[in-house]
Design a protein around this ligand. Sequence first.
Ligand SMILES: Cc1cc2nc3c(=O)[nH]c(=O)nc-3n(C[C@H](O)[C@H](O)[C@H](O)COP(=O)(O)OP(=O)(O)OC[C@H]3O[C@@H](n4cnc5c(N)ncnc54)[C@H](O)[C@@H]3O)c2cc1C
Length: 403
Amino acid sequence: MSNNKTYDLCIVGAGFSGLVLAAYAARAGLLVCLIDLNRLVGRRILSTGNGRCNFTNKNMGKEYYYSNHNLDFISDDHEELVSFLKELGVIEKDLDGYYYPITNQAKTVRDALENEINRLNISVFLDNRVTDITKEDDLFTVVTNRNVFSAKSVCVASGGLAAATLGSSKIGYKMAQKFNMEVTKTAPSLVGATSKDICLKELSGVRAQGKVTYRDYSCEGEVQFTKEAVSGYPVMCISRFIGFDEEAGTLDKLYVDFAPYLNGYELKKELKTRFERNEKATISQALVGLFNEKVAETIISYSRIYNDTMVSQLDDTDIDALSKNIKRFAIKINGTKGFDAAQVTAGGVDLSYINLDTMESTTCKGLYFIGEVLDVDGICGGYNLQWAYSSAKRAAMDLIKEF
Ligand SMILES: Cc1cc2nc3c(=O)[nH]c(=O)nc-3n(C[C@H](O)[C@H](O)[C@H](O)COP(=O)(O)OP(=O)(O)OC[C@H]3O[C@@H](n4cnc5c(N)ncnc54)[C@H](O)[C@@H]3O)c2cc1C
């Protein structure tokens, strides 16, 4: 079915970035249509932040993002997003710099964006899967499984490949290639690592503070162990590198530092002090209070010491072995849990083909790309929704100027 109108802007994807762009563009008077394959706008928002939506972070900067491209252009301002949402009625809660809606419900953010779209009378076409975009004589045609739309400009806000059940497709990458742009390799990010390492039999169920290192990348926080996976904030933040290596068949081991707050020298001193003070204790007893019990047992057994060995029997070689296993416990990994379990896609539409002030394609005038479909991924902490917002705002300002 053909829609008779010619829209000023047709947005492919009514996720966070598409909704933000629609709101800004319609407020400036552009005739906007939003298309999504889901039956609900902003469906993915409902799952963010464990259902609470961590939408931005006080600590902003390019160091929280990854891309194959130079990220000097990133100058995200969390206050702008906080104000934008506040205007829609969403009051923020600042938890140590991590921002959530005060209601603790991601639904609040989705509903507020939907209310704004309705208030602005934006045409929304749900259950419409975009299959093609063409351009002829300065006019775009956007084809879905149900409709054909005509528009003066098009913005691809179709997201990445993560969590397919929440709505995802490769349309953004396909259209970028169709319009002579390149797409970088993609990998699942913000996801746990899978492992068949025997140590997980012992560590399963543990949640422990630690610093996780994969190659040159480290992150600190709560590490979680199950029988077949290592996850938690620090693993998620570096998982993109595991994802790319898995794809390339070049996986390395993951290392956990169970005492990141002590350097090697301090740790040995701490161990020696404990052993001197508890001369008549076993090694297990002497480590009480330093680690989770299962972690202590695993470290002791990997250091080839029996749990009931008296500390008076330990020599410097034992202390070296303990220190090594505490500071650099090696875990063989098999890869990540994959795109379906991932929160974000690393890689995407190559930024070399995007004007980074306006988010317009450099190969096709009037065609814009925003949000996760691009080769930018943030770590955990509200950075990905912030990027979705900032890129949408950049596109909006340009479209409004052109209008
Ligand atoms: C479980 C989970 C938790 C997360 N938690 C957080 C968090 O707390 N903080 C944070 O910053 N980030 C979080 N993220 C990441 C964040 O949700 C995304 O980075 C962000 O939503 C990207 O916005 P976007 O608009 O680019 O894409 P999306 O929000 O994915 O929107 C893209 C839209 O395009 C639609 N679409 C795709 N293909 C087509 C097509 N062919 N035709 C029509 N429509 C199409 C999709 O249905 C979707 O609605 C989380 C992600 C997940 C999965």
